[in-house]
Design a protein around this ligand. Structure first.
Ligand SMILES: Cc1ncc(COP(=O)(O)O)c(C=O)c1O
Length: 400
Protein backbone atom coordinates (compact mmCIF):
# COMPACT_ATOMS: atom_id res chain seq x y z
CA UNK A 1 0.00 0.00 0.00
CA UNK A 2 1.14 3.54 -0.80
CA UNK A 3 3.03 5.20 2.05
CA UNK A 4 1.20 8.03 3.85
CA UNK A 5 2.68 10.85 5.86
CA UNK A 6 0.75 10.02 9.01
CA UNK A 7 2.62 8.56 11.97
CA UNK A 8 1.14 7.37 15.22
CA UNK A 9 2.16 5.95 18.54
CA UNK A 10 -0.40 4.13 20.68
CA UNK A 11 0.01 3.80 24.44
CA UNK A 12 -1.32 1.70 27.28
CA UNK A 13 -3.02 3.84 29.91
CA UNK A 14 -0.98 3.97 33.06
CA UNK A 15 -2.53 2.24 36.08
CA UNK A 16 -0.98 4.80 38.44
CA UNK A 17 -2.85 8.08 38.89
CA UNK A 18 -0.55 11.03 38.38
CA UNK A 19 -0.73 13.66 41.15
CA UNK A 20 -1.25 16.54 38.67
CA UNK A 21 -4.74 15.20 37.95
CA UNK A 22 -5.98 16.66 41.22
CA UNK A 23 -5.86 20.14 39.63
CA UNK A 24 -8.27 19.03 36.91
CA UNK A 25 -11.24 17.67 38.83
CA UNK A 26 -14.87 18.54 38.08
CA UNK A 27 -14.92 20.64 41.24
CA UNK A 28 -11.92 22.68 40.05
CA UNK A 29 -13.52 23.03 36.62
CA UNK A 30 -16.71 24.43 38.19
CA UNK A 31 -14.64 26.97 40.08
CA UNK A 32 -12.96 28.06 36.86
CA UNK A 33 -16.27 28.29 35.05
CA UNK A 34 -17.72 30.46 37.84
CA UNK A 35 -14.82 32.87 37.31
CA UNK A 36 -15.36 32.99 33.52
CA UNK A 37 -19.10 33.38 33.83
CA UNK A 38 -18.58 36.54 35.89
CA UNK A 39 -17.43 38.31 32.68
CA UNK A 40 -20.33 40.01 30.88
CA UNK A 41 -19.20 38.42 27.56
CA UNK A 42 -19.46 34.88 28.91
CA UNK A 43 -21.72 32.40 27.13
CA UNK A 44 -21.12 28.69 26.61
CA UNK A 45 -19.96 28.05 23.04
CA UNK A 46 -22.20 25.83 20.90
CA UNK A 47 -21.75 22.09 20.51
CA UNK A 48 -22.71 21.10 16.96
CA UNK A 49 -23.93 17.61 16.05
CA UNK A 50 -22.82 16.93 12.46
CA UNK A 51 -25.24 14.07 11.85
CA UNK A 52 -25.05 14.06 8.07
CA UNK A 53 -21.28 14.12 8.05
CA UNK A 54 -21.20 11.28 10.59
CA UNK A 55 -23.54 9.24 8.37
CA UNK A 56 -21.38 9.94 5.32
CA UNK A 57 -18.25 8.87 7.20
CA UNK A 58 -19.82 5.69 8.61
CA UNK A 59 -19.69 6.56 12.31
CA UNK A 60 -22.55 7.02 14.76
CA UNK A 61 -22.08 10.68 15.71
CA UNK A 62 -19.65 13.52 15.26
CA UNK A 63 -19.83 16.42 17.71
CA UNK A 64 -17.79 19.60 17.34
CA UNK A 65 -17.52 22.17 20.12
CA UNK A 66 -17.17 25.47 18.31
CA UNK A 67 -14.78 27.83 20.10
CA UNK A 68 -14.97 30.40 17.31
CA UNK A 69 -17.77 31.86 19.47
CA UNK A 70 -15.66 32.30 22.63
CA UNK A 71 -15.96 35.82 24.09
CA UNK A 72 -16.12 37.25 20.54
CA UNK A 73 -12.40 36.46 20.20
CA UNK A 74 -12.59 33.59 17.71
CA UNK A 75 -10.62 31.08 19.83
CA UNK A 76 -10.70 29.19 23.14
CA UNK A 77 -7.39 30.62 24.31
CA UNK A 78 -8.73 33.55 26.36
CA UNK A 79 -10.02 31.00 28.88
CA UNK A 80 -6.43 30.31 29.96
CA UNK A 81 -4.98 33.82 29.99
CA UNK A 82 -7.96 35.31 31.84
CA UNK A 83 -8.03 32.66 34.56
CA UNK A 84 -4.25 32.96 35.03
CA UNK A 85 -4.33 36.76 35.33
CA UNK A 86 -7.31 36.59 37.70
CA UNK A 87 -5.57 33.93 39.80
CA UNK A 88 -2.32 35.92 39.84
CA UNK A 89 -4.10 39.01 41.15
CA UNK A 90 -5.96 36.90 43.73
CA UNK A 91 -2.70 35.34 44.84
CA UNK A 92 -0.92 38.70 45.18
CA UNK A 93 -3.81 40.06 47.24
CA UNK A 94 -4.09 36.84 49.24
CA UNK A 95 -7.69 36.51 48.21
CA UNK A 96 -9.64 33.49 46.99
CA UNK A 97 -10.38 33.64 43.24
CA UNK A 98 -13.97 32.65 44.15
CA UNK A 99 -14.27 36.06 45.79
CA UNK A 100 -12.74 37.96 42.88
CA UNK A 101 -15.28 37.94 40.07
CA UNK A 102 -14.95 40.37 37.18
CA UNK A 103 -17.05 43.06 38.92
CA UNK A 104 -14.59 43.17 41.85
CA UNK A 105 -11.49 42.89 39.66
CA UNK A 106 -12.45 46.14 37.94
CA UNK A 107 -13.44 47.91 41.16
CA UNK A 108 -11.51 50.91 42.51
CA UNK A 109 -10.83 48.95 45.67
CA UNK A 110 -8.88 46.24 43.80
CA UNK A 111 -7.26 48.68 41.37
CA UNK A 112 -5.95 50.66 44.33
CA UNK A 113 -4.32 47.73 46.09
CA UNK A 114 -3.02 45.88 43.02
CA UNK A 115 -2.11 48.89 40.89
CA UNK A 116 -1.31 48.64 37.19
CA UNK A 117 1.15 45.92 36.22
CA UNK A 118 2.55 44.68 32.91
CA UNK A 119 1.76 41.15 31.70
CA UNK A 120 4.04 39.87 28.93
CA UNK A 121 3.67 36.85 26.68
CA UNK A 122 4.69 35.09 23.46
CA UNK A 123 2.02 33.98 21.04
CA UNK A 124 1.25 32.87 17.52
CA UNK A 125 -1.90 34.96 17.94
CA UNK A 126 -4.70 33.45 19.98
CA UNK A 127 -3.09 33.31 23.43
CA UNK A 128 -1.69 36.82 23.09
CA UNK A 129 -5.06 38.16 22.05
CA UNK A 130 -6.62 36.57 25.13
CA UNK A 131 -3.96 38.06 27.43
CA UNK A 132 -4.28 41.49 25.76
CA UNK A 133 -8.09 41.36 26.00
CA UNK A 134 -8.00 40.42 29.70
CA UNK A 135 -5.41 43.09 30.56
CA UNK A 136 -7.50 45.64 28.68
CA UNK A 137 -10.71 44.63 30.50
CA UNK A 138 -9.01 44.71 33.90
CA UNK A 139 -7.15 48.01 33.36
CA UNK A 140 -3.73 46.30 33.21
CA UNK A 141 -0.95 46.51 30.59
CA UNK A 142 0.03 43.79 28.09
CA UNK A 143 3.20 43.34 26.00
CA UNK A 144 3.12 40.62 23.35
CA UNK A 145 5.81 39.14 21.08
CA UNK A 146 5.10 36.93 18.09
CA UNK A 147 7.40 34.46 16.30
CA UNK A 148 8.56 34.98 12.70
CA UNK A 149 5.91 34.42 10.07
CA UNK A 150 2.95 35.27 12.34
CA UNK A 151 -0.10 36.58 10.46
CA UNK A 152 -0.55 40.36 10.15
CA UNK A 153 -4.26 40.04 11.01
CA UNK A 154 -3.43 38.31 14.29
CA UNK A 155 -0.91 41.04 15.19
CA UNK A 156 -3.48 43.75 14.38
CA UNK A 157 -6.09 42.06 16.59
CA UNK A 158 -3.71 42.08 19.55
CA UNK A 159 -2.82 45.73 19.04
CA UNK A 160 -6.55 46.53 18.83
CA UNK A 161 -6.81 45.41 22.47
CA UNK A 162 -4.35 48.15 23.45
CA UNK A 163 -1.32 45.87 23.87
CA UNK A 164 2.20 46.69 22.75
CA UNK A 165 2.76 43.89 20.22
CA UNK A 166 5.74 43.11 17.95
CA UNK A 167 6.90 40.42 15.52
CA UNK A 168 10.32 38.82 16.12
CA UNK A 169 12.68 36.95 13.81
CA UNK A 170 12.76 33.93 16.09
CA UNK A 171 10.70 30.75 16.24
CA UNK A 172 8.09 30.23 18.97
CA UNK A 173 10.32 28.59 21.56
CA UNK A 174 13.14 31.13 21.07
CA UNK A 175 10.62 33.97 21.41
CA UNK A 176 9.39 32.46 24.70
CA UNK A 177 12.97 32.60 26.05
CA UNK A 178 13.31 36.20 24.83
CA UNK A 179 10.12 37.38 26.58
CA UNK A 180 11.04 35.49 29.72
CA UNK A 181 14.37 37.41 29.87
CA UNK A 182 12.59 40.72 29.23
CA UNK A 183 10.11 39.96 32.03
CA UNK A 184 12.92 39.28 34.45
CA UNK A 185 14.78 42.45 33.50
CA UNK A 186 11.72 44.71 33.81
CA UNK A 187 9.86 43.06 36.67
CA UNK A 188 6.96 42.19 34.37
CA UNK A 189 4.74 39.16 34.86
CA UNK A 190 5.15 36.49 32.24
CA UNK A 191 1.89 34.75 31.32
CA UNK A 192 3.09 31.84 29.23
CA UNK A 193 0.98 28.87 28.23
CA UNK A 194 3.78 26.38 28.78
CA UNK A 195 5.81 25.33 31.80
CA UNK A 196 9.56 25.05 32.35
CA UNK A 197 11.82 24.53 35.33
CA UNK A 198 10.78 26.93 38.12
CA UNK A 199 7.87 28.25 36.04
CA UNK A 200 4.80 26.15 36.71
CA UNK A 201 2.16 28.12 38.63
CA UNK A 202 0.94 30.39 35.82
CA UNK A 203 0.93 27.62 33.17
CA UNK A 204 -1.03 25.46 35.59
CA UNK A 205 -3.62 28.24 36.01
CA UNK A 206 -3.75 28.62 32.23
CA UNK A 207 -4.38 24.91 31.81
CA UNK A 208 -7.07 25.00 34.49
CA UNK A 209 -8.66 27.89 32.61
CA UNK A 210 -9.18 25.64 29.58
CA UNK A 211 -11.39 23.34 31.66
CA UNK A 212 -14.38 25.63 31.14
CA UNK A 213 -14.44 24.40 27.54
CA UNK A 214 -14.25 20.75 28.64
CA UNK A 215 -16.91 21.17 31.32
CA UNK A 216 -19.32 22.84 28.91
CA UNK A 217 -18.81 20.03 26.38
CA UNK A 218 -19.34 17.41 29.10
CA UNK A 219 -22.65 19.03 30.03
CA UNK A 220 -23.77 19.62 26.44
CA UNK A 221 -23.03 16.14 25.05
CA UNK A 222 -26.36 14.24 24.75
CA UNK A 223 -24.44 10.93 24.82
CA UNK A 224 -21.08 9.86 26.15
CA UNK A 225 -18.36 9.98 23.49
CA UNK A 226 -16.36 6.89 22.61
CA UNK A 227 -13.51 8.98 21.13
CA UNK A 228 -12.08 12.42 21.93
CA UNK A 229 -9.52 14.01 19.60
CA UNK A 230 -7.41 16.92 20.88
CA UNK A 231 -5.02 19.04 18.84
CA UNK A 232 -1.75 20.08 20.49
CA UNK A 233 0.98 22.66 20.30
CA UNK A 234 2.77 22.49 23.66
CA UNK A 235 -0.09 20.25 24.87
CA UNK A 236 -1.57 22.53 27.57
CA UNK A 237 -5.08 22.44 26.12
CA UNK A 238 -4.96 18.71 25.40
CA UNK A 239 -3.53 18.02 28.87
CA UNK A 240 -6.22 20.06 30.62
CA UNK A 241 -9.12 18.54 28.67
CA UNK A 242 -7.66 15.04 29.00
CA UNK A 243 -7.16 15.60 32.73
CA UNK A 244 -10.76 16.72 33.18
CA UNK A 245 -12.21 13.73 31.28
CA UNK A 246 -9.87 11.28 33.03
CA UNK A 247 -11.24 12.59 36.32
CA UNK A 248 -14.93 12.62 35.44
CA UNK A 249 -14.97 9.25 33.67
CA UNK A 250 -12.20 7.43 35.58
CA UNK A 251 -11.37 4.04 34.06
CA UNK A 252 -14.37 4.43 31.70
CA UNK A 253 -12.75 7.44 30.00
CA UNK A 254 -13.38 7.54 26.23
CA UNK A 255 -10.42 6.81 23.96
CA UNK A 256 -8.44 10.04 23.74
CA UNK A 257 -5.97 10.85 20.97
CA UNK A 258 -3.62 13.81 20.58
CA UNK A 259 -3.17 15.28 17.09
CA UNK A 260 -0.17 17.38 15.95
CA UNK A 261 1.27 18.76 12.70
CA UNK A 262 4.22 16.66 11.48
CA UNK A 263 6.45 19.76 11.41
CA UNK A 264 6.00 20.33 15.17
CA UNK A 265 5.14 16.92 16.62
CA UNK A 266 7.01 17.10 19.92
CA UNK A 267 4.42 15.11 21.89
CA UNK A 268 4.31 12.37 19.25
CA UNK A 269 8.14 12.25 19.29
CA UNK A 270 8.11 12.06 23.07
CA UNK A 271 5.54 9.25 23.02
CA UNK A 272 7.33 7.34 20.24
CA UNK A 273 10.72 7.53 22.00
CA UNK A 274 9.08 6.37 25.26
CA UNK A 275 12.31 6.84 27.21
CA UNK A 276 11.03 9.03 30.04
CA UNK A 277 12.47 12.21 28.45
CA UNK A 278 10.71 15.07 26.66
CA UNK A 279 11.69 15.33 22.99
CA UNK A 280 11.82 18.71 21.28
CA UNK A 281 11.44 19.58 17.60
CA UNK A 282 13.58 22.51 16.44
CA UNK A 283 13.83 24.71 13.34
CA UNK A 284 11.24 26.96 11.74
CA UNK A 285 8.25 24.68 12.67
CA UNK A 286 6.81 25.65 9.33
CA UNK A 287 3.20 24.41 9.43
CA UNK A 288 -0.07 26.06 8.39
CA UNK A 289 -1.38 25.11 11.84
CA UNK A 290 0.24 28.18 13.42
CA UNK A 291 -1.33 27.60 16.84
CA UNK A 292 0.21 24.14 16.95
CA UNK A 293 3.67 25.25 15.79
CA UNK A 294 5.42 24.59 19.11
CA UNK A 295 8.45 22.35 19.38
CA UNK A 296 8.79 21.93 23.15
CA UNK A 297 6.14 20.06 25.16
CA UNK A 298 4.71 21.49 28.35
CA UNK A 299 6.05 19.18 31.08
CA UNK A 300 2.84 19.39 33.17
CA UNK A 301 0.72 18.56 30.13
CA UNK A 302 2.96 15.60 29.26
CA UNK A 303 2.57 14.29 32.79
CA UNK A 304 -1.16 13.96 32.15
CA UNK A 305 -1.09 12.99 28.48
CA UNK A 306 1.69 10.44 28.95
CA UNK A 307 -0.35 8.73 31.68
CA UNK A 308 -3.89 8.99 30.33
CA UNK A 309 -3.93 9.37 26.53
CA UNK A 310 -4.37 6.41 24.20
CA UNK A 311 -2.28 7.66 21.31
CA UNK A 312 -0.42 10.47 19.55
CA UNK A 313 -0.84 11.19 15.84
CA UNK A 314 1.40 13.29 13.61
CA UNK A 315 -0.29 14.63 10.44
CA UNK A 316 0.66 16.49 7.27
CA UNK A 317 -0.64 20.03 6.76
CA UNK A 318 -3.28 18.99 4.22
CA UNK A 319 -5.19 17.28 7.07
CA UNK A 320 -6.09 20.66 8.58
CA UNK A 321 -6.91 22.14 5.16
CA UNK A 322 -9.31 19.26 4.42
CA UNK A 323 -10.95 19.76 7.81
CA UNK A 324 -11.45 23.49 7.11
CA UNK A 325 -13.07 22.77 3.73
CA UNK A 326 -15.36 20.05 5.10
CA UNK A 327 -16.50 22.12 8.09
CA UNK A 328 -16.92 25.24 5.95
CA UNK A 329 -19.03 23.43 3.32
CA UNK A 330 -21.45 21.29 5.33
CA UNK A 331 -23.73 18.59 3.97
CA UNK A 332 -27.39 19.65 3.79
CA UNK A 333 -28.84 19.53 7.31
CA UNK A 334 -25.53 20.12 9.14
CA UNK A 335 -24.48 23.52 10.50
CA UNK A 336 -21.54 25.35 8.96
CA UNK A 337 -18.45 25.68 11.13
CA UNK A 338 -15.83 28.24 10.19
CA UNK A 339 -12.58 26.70 11.41
CA UNK A 340 -9.04 28.01 11.27
CA UNK A 341 -6.06 25.78 10.53
CA UNK A 342 -5.40 24.69 14.12
CA UNK A 343 -9.11 24.47 14.87
CA UNK A 344 -9.81 22.05 12.01
CA UNK A 345 -6.88 19.71 12.67
CA UNK A 346 -8.83 17.01 14.50
CA UNK A 347 -11.92 16.99 12.27
CA UNK A 348 -9.45 16.86 9.35
CA UNK A 349 -7.75 13.84 10.89
CA UNK A 350 -11.02 12.01 11.59
CA UNK A 351 -12.46 12.68 8.13
CA UNK A 352 -9.21 11.72 6.35
CA UNK A 353 -8.89 8.50 8.32
CA UNK A 354 -12.48 7.56 7.48
CA UNK A 355 -12.30 8.53 3.80
CA UNK A 356 -8.80 7.59 2.65
CA UNK A 357 -8.29 3.85 2.01
CA UNK A 358 -4.56 4.32 2.53
CA UNK A 359 -5.29 5.09 6.18
CA UNK A 360 -7.15 1.84 6.91
CA UNK A 361 -4.44 0.70 9.32
CA UNK A 362 -4.75 3.95 11.30
CA UNK A 363 -8.56 3.64 11.29
CA UNK A 364 -8.23 0.16 12.82
CA UNK A 365 -5.67 1.41 15.35
CA UNK A 366 -8.07 4.15 16.47
CA UNK A 367 -10.95 1.63 16.73
CA UNK A 368 -13.19 3.88 14.63
CA UNK A 369 -16.34 2.13 13.37
CA UNK A 370 -20.12 2.50 13.00
CA UNK A 371 -20.55 2.67 16.80
CA UNK A 372 -18.11 5.53 17.30
CA UNK A 373 -19.30 8.77 18.90
CA UNK A 374 -16.56 11.31 18.23
CA UNK A 375 -15.97 14.61 20.02
CA UNK A 376 -13.66 17.24 18.49
CA UNK A 377 -12.96 20.84 19.45
CA UNK A 378 -12.82 23.57 16.81
CA UNK A 379 -10.39 25.63 18.85
CA UNK A 380 -10.40 28.64 16.52
CA UNK A 381 -12.39 30.31 13.76
CA UNK A 382 -10.80 31.99 10.73
CA UNK A 383 -8.16 33.98 12.63
CA UNK A 384 -6.14 34.50 9.41
CA UNK A 385 -8.81 35.28 6.82
CA UNK A 386 -6.42 35.58 3.86
CA UNK A 387 -5.18 32.05 4.48
CA UNK A 388 -8.74 30.83 5.13
CA UNK A 389 -9.72 31.94 1.62
CA UNK A 390 -6.56 30.47 0.05
CA UNK A 391 -7.47 27.12 1.57
CA UNK A 392 -11.28 27.04 1.38
CA UNK A 393 -11.85 29.00 -1.84
CA UNK A 394 -8.70 28.29 -3.80
CA UNK A 395 -8.06 24.74 -2.61
CA UNK A 396 -4.54 25.40 -1.34
CA UNK A 397 -2.96 22.48 0.56
CA UNK A 398 -5.08 19.92 -1.29
CA UNK A 399 -4.90 16.24 -0.39
CA UNK A 400 -1.55 14.66 -1.30
C1 LIG B 1 -6.38 27.50 17.86
C2 LIG B 1 -5.48 26.72 18.72
N1 LIG B 1 -5.73 25.42 18.91
C3 LIG B 1 -4.95 24.66 19.70
C4 LIG B 1 -3.83 25.19 20.31
C5 LIG B 1 -2.95 24.29 21.09
O1 LIG B 1 -2.79 24.58 22.41
P1 LIG B 1 -1.53 24.10 23.22
O2 LIG B 1 -0.35 24.92 22.81
O3 LIG B 1 -1.93 24.28 24.61
O4 LIG B 1 -1.27 22.66 22.88
C6 LIG B 1 -3.52 26.55 20.14
C7 LIG B 1 -2.38 27.16 20.80
O5 LIG B 1 -2.04 28.31 20.60
C8 LIG B 1 -4.37 27.34 19.32
O6 LIG B 1 -4.13 28.65 19.10
Amino acid sequence: MEQTKFKWSLRERSQEKTAVLEYFTEQQARRVQRFHSSFPEYQPTPLRALNELARQLGIKNLFVKDEAYRFGLNAFKVLGGSFAIGSYIADELQEDIDKLPYSRLISDEIRKCFGTRTFITTTDGNHGRGVAWTANRLGQRAVVYMPQGSAAERLANIRAEGAVAELTEMNYDETVRYTSNLAQKNGWIIVQDTAWEDYTQIPLWIMQGYMTMALEAYEQMPVKPTHIFLQAGVGSMAGAVQGFFANVYGSACPLTFVVEPDKADCLYQTAAANDGQLHNVTGSLDTIMAGLACGEPNSIAWEILGHCSDGFISCPDYTAAQGMRILGNPLAGDRQIVAGESGAATVGLVTEVLRDQRLEELKQALLLDENSVVLCFNTEGATDKANYRRIVWDGAWGQE
